[in-house]
Design a protein around this ligand. Structure first.
Ligand SMILES: Cc1cc2nc3c(=O)[nH]c(=O)nc-3n(C[C@H](O)[C@H](O)[C@H](O)COP(=O)(O)OP(=O)(O)OC[C@H]3O[C@@H](n4cnc5c(N)ncnc54)[C@H](O)[C@@H]3O)c2cc1C
Length: 287
């Protein structure tokens, strides 16, 4: 059963940040509710106040302008799937959205909710990390932008102050010579928590790698970039040996744990296999 809480229904962003400023840690923002409602029911979450963002205008939508893609915080997983702009400017995100939960959850689960829940297994985060995404945080003090790669400060801990809302997520439109992809390894095809999530974004020019982003989910306390692996690829010709060395480095720099879904050793091995496979696929797609 649910505990007792006050429900706030702000009608504007100003009202929302003002109420959040007054309530601080006592208020929990509610977007699609696909995490919050479960946590309320199990009483893992016992808030004094729930702030439903559903009536705040301007928080949902996808805009491509000035060389950047911007998602409103309440953009849903289904919105991503329906968008030709996301297909063009974030194909890895589309692949993550395709294997995200089931249709009903996709229709209500939001991008900001996925980022803010702080799960290392959050499926939209590795693709967004591979795109160099930034998170816009808004409070009564104004807005600030945090690179997604700096957003998480520890397991379920982040850079968001209690009086801030995520209002947007944005990234630069990828260069034409860039290929992005994502793979979710899980125990079932649908409605499964990720064992390993891997997103890569590879750019090649004149036969050399000019951009390498490798982002990993479910293999560390936070969704992470495999920066050592990336640096082994950038500036290099992507030979099978070079790719294998980068995949090995990615496996070495993650820190997976054993849980009910897989052992840490299996996850680490799968990072090596999947990073190699996804980078090879990217190279093949661009040659
Ligand atoms: C059956 C089922 C299947 C699922 N499958 C997947 C899956 O395949 N992959 C996956 O990654 N996740 C999955 N999830 C988890 C969940 O659906 C996602 O994390 C989803 O993106 C959460 O978004 P939401 O809008 O529902 O967030 P909510 O539940 O509304 O909120 C989640 C958290 O984010 C905070 N929050 C929301 N919006 C904001 C904001 N604008 N600013 C600041 N904080 C905010 C809330 O306070 C809360 O802490 C699943 C959940 C269920 C129930």
């Amino acid at each position: 059963m649910y505990g007792e809480f006050d429900l706030t229904l702000p009608q504007t962003l100003q009202e929302a940040v003002k109420a959040l400023n007054a309530a601080g840690k006592d208020a929990v923002p509610l977007a699609g509710g696909t995490n919050v409602l479960i946590d309320l029911r199990s009483q893992r979450l016992v808030p004094k106040q729930i702030m439903d963002l559903g009536r705040v205008p301007g928080l949902r939508g996808i805009v491509v302008e000035g060389g950047r893609v911007t998602l409103g915080a309440r953009t849903t997983v289904s919105d991503l799937l329906a968008s030709p702009d996301i297909a063009r400017c974030g194909p890895a995100l589309v692949q993550a959205a395709t294997v995200f939960a089931g249709q009903m959850v996709r229709n209500t689960a939001t991008v900001a909710g996925n980022i803010a829940c702080g799960s290392p297994a959050a499926d939209l985060v590795p693709p967004l990390l591979s795109l160099d995404a930034e998170v816009t945080l808004t409070s009564t003090r104004g807005s600030r932008t945090v690179a997604l790669c700096d957003y998480y400060t520890g397991y379920k801990a982040d850079a968001r102050a209690p009086d801030e809302l995520i209002t947007a997520i944005s990234w630069p439109v990828p260069e034409a010579n860039t290929f992005g992809t994502f793979y979710k390894l899980a125990r079932r095809k649908g409605d499964a928590i990720t064992v390993n999530g891997v997103a890569v974004s590879i750019g090649i020019s004149d036969g050399r790698c000019v951009r390498a982003r490798i982002a990993l989910g479910s293999v560390a306390p936070i969704p992470m970039r495999a920066c050592n692996a990336e640096s082994l690829l950038e500036g290099q010709v992507l030979t099978p040996e070079r790719i294998a060395a980068a995949a090995k480095a990615a496996a070495e720099e993650c820190s997976p744990i054993d849980d009910v879904r897989a052992t840490g050793a299996y996850r680490r091995r799968m990072v090596e296999v999947l990073v190699a496979r996804l980078v090879e696929n990217a190279v093949q797609a661009m040659t």
